[in-house]
Design a protein. Sequence first.
Length: 271
Amino acid sequence: MPGCLTVPACFDALSAKLIERAGFKATFMSGFSVAGARLGMPDTGLISYGEMLDQGRNICAATSLPVIGDGDTGYGNPMNVRHTVRGYAAAGFACVMIEDQVAPKRCGHTEGKQVVGRDEALTRIRAAVDARNDGADILVMARTDANATDGFEEAIWRIRAFAEAGADILFLEAPNSEREMRAFCDAVPGPKMANMLEGGATPVLPPDELGKMGFKIALYPIDLLSTSIAAMNEALAALNAGKRPPRLVKFSEMREIVGFDQYRKDEDRFA
C-alpha cells in the first residue's frame, strides 16, 4: 500500500472509539498512555501483562479497527513471549510489538534504558514469530532501543536480524536525525514504523514526508493522552474559579459516542 498510515494511539476503549469515529484506519495501544491513564504511573515496567491484556480486550472490543498492542519485552523468557503473543491474539489485537529492552523496560524517549544482548533480543523475536506461525492470528512488530545505548550501527544490525527472523513490521526507536531515519528505511526492506513523539529524540515530520522516506506507519503515541490532560486541566481550572469549562461535548453527542442510543434500539427489540 503506498503512502504512510497515520495512527493515533489509544489508551482505553473510549479513545479507541473516538479514533475510529474520526475516520482513522488503525490504532495502537500505547504502553505509556495506558500506564498513565490506568495507573497514573510512569511507563517504567510497573504495569503488568495482565493489566495490559485486560485493557487491550476492552479496546479491541470497542472498535473494528486493527489494533497494534504494546507487548513490551514479552514479560519474561521466550515461553513468556509466546504466551504474550498468543494472549494478545486472543484478545483481538491485529499486531503485537516486542522490544529488546532489559526488563523492567521504560519509555523509549527517557533516560536510563538498557537493552539485552543480541542473542536474547533475537530469541524474543523468534519466539514471537514462532507463536504467530503456530496459529496465533497476529502480526509481529520487532522494536530495538539499541540506538540510544549501543549506537546506530548496532540498532541496524538488530533490525536486519529481526527481519531475517520473520518480523512483519520493524521499529527502530528514537533515531536522532532525519539522516538516521532515512538510513533505517534504506537498510532493510519491509514495513517500518516512525514514532512521532513531541519533545522526544526523533524529529517530528509530516506523514507525507515520512512516506517518501520509506515509512509505512506514522505513530502518534501520546497525542490523545496529552490533549486529554490539557483539556481536563482547563476544565478543572474553570470549575475551581466558579466557571463552567469552556469546551464541553454536548450530552446528546456523548450519549451517542458511548452507545446509549444504540443500546436503546437494541433494548426495544426485546421489549
